[in-house]
Design a protein around this ligand. Structure first.
Ligand SMILES: [Zn+2]
Length: 333
């Protein structure tokens, strides 16, 4: 009899484990635990046993009945918990995370949109460049100390990863006679350390306008409009003399600090100004190198680091933040 109870217990438990719906559970309840079910039949089987035996086995059967009832109810509650799927037209839908443009891409887009508005066209050039385009044609001969400003990755003696976007100027002017009105956005490489203000890979936008009678005044006006467009109409700027081999005269533009508005703070080193970009009038030798007469034509060039523009605009003190792919940083833009 005890064996019989064990077998029955295992049988019912196995059935319960396999059930997948309420109806099957109900059928099991009727078959085993119902009034005329298997377990109640067992009580009838022990009617003729001794009182001792009846008491012991009766207790065992009752235990089994309680255990299986409990298990069946537990199983039933699993099915009853399942929510019914209803169509609710007024609930908002689930929106997938689709991301957005990287702050560097956004800054590129803003810079390009400004210059496009003034009739500049976008030109691109190779990232692996000849020494001629990267240096020589830009008035930086092999022995020129200015080459030290560009810590370049050389592939061969004559080939390197371009260290600025200026070579695109030469490539375009070789093919196209003035007026030349272009912007060249792109990636550049220098073997600088990867620290808060340097990255071996970075982005630049080169601006070039060459035509008859292009003056420094035009450069200055373009810069003042550009600064207002990117940083807001109240931004002040200052143009300071500088040196680049491919422009004469050369200048460096700084804008009023985006944190303190020029009164002086830690970000601007208490100067009130933040350096932004380099510019100048295209050097006559550069025009000669591409067979454009410097007597007839003149032009201006602007070169800016896209990371620098974004760092000044959004007050970011570490260039590495752009490349670390930290969503907490990127989601702010
Ligand atoms: Zn400041």
């Amino acid at each position: 009899m005890v064996d019989q109870l064990q077998t029955l217990k295992q049988e019912v438990k196995a059935l319960l484990a396999r059930t997948k719906d309420k109806d099957t559970l109900e059928a099991i309840r009727v078959k085993y635990l119902g009034r005329k079910g298997e377990i109640n039949k067992l009580f009838k089987e022990i009617v003729d046993f001794s009182i001792e035996e009846k008491r012991r086995l009766g207790y065992e059967i009752n235990q089994l009945k309680n255990e299986l009832t409990h298990e069946l109810d537990a199983r039933l509650s699993i099915f009853e918990q399942k929510p019914e799927v209803k169509f609710e037209p007024l609930l908002p839908g689930k929106i997938a995370h689709i991301g957005h443009a990287h702050p560097i891409a956004q800054t590129f887009a803003q810079i390009i949109s400004f210059f496009k508005g003034y009739g500049f066209t976008v030109e691109k050039g190779p990232e692996i460049e000849y020494d001629w385009y990267n240096f020589e044609a830009l008035n930086i001969p092999k022995d020129h100390p200015a080459r030290d400003m560009f810590s370049s990755f050389y592939i061969t003696e004559d080939l390197l990863l371009r260290s600025h976007t200026s070579p695109v100027q030469i490539r375009v002017m070789e093919k196209q006679k003035p007026p030349v009105k272009i912007i060249c956005p792109g990636r550049c490489y220098r073997y600088d350390p990867f620290d808060a203000s340097h990255s071996p890979v970075f982005h630049q936008v080169e601006v070039l306008y060459v035509d008859e009678g292009v003056s420094f005044g035009e450069l200055k006006w373009t810069l003042s409009e550009f600064v207002k467009f990117i940083f807001g109409p109240k931004t002040k700027y200052v143009l300071m003399p500088s040196f680049f081999p491919f422009t004469e005269p050369s200048g460096e533009l700084a804008i009023s600090c985006t944190v303190c508005s020029g009164t002086g703070c830690a970000v601007c080193g208490n100067s009130g100004w933040l350096e932004l970009l380099g510019c100048g009038m295209v050097h006559p030798q550069v025009l000669k190198n591409v067979k454009i007469s410097p007597k007839k034509y003149s032009g201006y060039a602007i070169g800016m680091g896209v990371e620098r523009v974004a760092m000044v605009k959004y007050v970011i003190d570490d260039i590495r933040a752009f490349y670390n792919n930290d969503m907490r940083f990127l989601e702010q833009f």
